[in-house]
Design a protein around this ligand. Structure first.
Ligand SMILES: [Zn+2]
Length: 77
């Protein structure tokens, strides 16, 4: 499996949707390719962070705080 193929499968792997036939190749690549393993870990952390953000009830303090932070850092008025 090439890095490109592995990256293409990461989304499915994170969702637990990876086809069983592809799993050994994917996991084998993760075991021997440090950059891909690091990237997968980063995706995993990012995905978990997004999942724990409240997507409904848009006025929650945490979400509002993030929006304000975003405005301060990227907003110009
Ligand atoms: Zn790789």
């Amino acid at each position: 499996m090439t890095c490109q193929e592995a990256v293409d499968l990461m989304g499915e792997a994170l969702e637990g949707q990876l086809q069983p036939a592809l799993r050994p190749g994917f996991e084998g690549h993760m075991a021997e390719c440090a950059p891909c393993a690091t990237y997968l870990e980063h995706l995993h952390v990012t995905r978990n962070a997004l999942l724990h953000l409240p997507l409904e009830g848009g006025t929650s303090p945490r979400r509002q705080e993030l929006i304000e932070k975003f405005k301060r850092e990227f907003g110009r008025g």
